[in-house]
Design a protein around this ligand. Structure first.
Ligand code: SF4
Length: 62
């Protein structure tokens, strides 16, 4: 899987980091930072949970 985000529309909630801290982080302003654009198979469930958890729906899987 490949993960993409729309940084401009991120509302800095941090839900993605709670769901998948191996894949997502936040910068000093709280905006999402993708740590692994291609998460390994063992992180796919967590990554999908992060996608569902994002209140702004700005994470998607390519
Ligand atoms: S869950 Fe969505 S809105 Fe919140 S920090 Fe992550 S990408 Fe941004």
């Amino acid at each position: 899987m490949k993960v993409s985000v729309d940084h401009d529309k991120c509302i800095a909630s941090g839900a993605c980091v709670l769901a998948a801290p191996e894949v997502f982080s936040q910068d000093d302003d709280g905006i999402v930072v993708v740590l692994q654009e291609q998460p390994p198979a063992e992180l796919e469930d967590k990554t999908m949970a992060a996608i569902r958890a994002c209140p702004a729906a700005v994470i998607w899987e390519d």
